[in-house]
Design a protein. Structure first.
Length: 95
């Protein structure tokens, strides 16, 4: 997308950053030729990120999660742990 001088001037005048406009384009709703991320939309994104963060913390606390797939099918899933990784690492290093 082309960024015009007018656009950059308006960002400066209105105290907006490029990152904020990127977020509006990524998470905002489209209305004709505009991307709109209002307070309600921003709050909704924040709530989704909070839920995502909670799940990521759970995954981190488990030591990670591995999902195995083959030919488009989910085969199995398990918690990662240091012991399993170290055992596999030592097997591969022996070759």
């Amino acid at each position: 997308m082309v960024i015009t001088c007018h656009f950059l001037q308006r960002l400066s005048q209105r105290g907006l950053s490029m990152r904020q406009t990127d977020l509006a384009m990524e998470f905002g709703r489209v209305n004709q030729d505009k991307f709109i991320l209002d307070r309600k939309g921003a709050q909704s994104v924040i709530e989704k990120l909070d839920r995502l963060r909670k799940e990521l913390v759970k995954i981190k606390d488990k030591g990670g999660v591995t999902v195995v797939y083959e030919r488009g099918s989910l085969v199995t899933a398990y918690n990662c742990n240091r012991r399993r990784y170290e055992n596999r690492k030592s097997v591969f290093q022996s070759y």
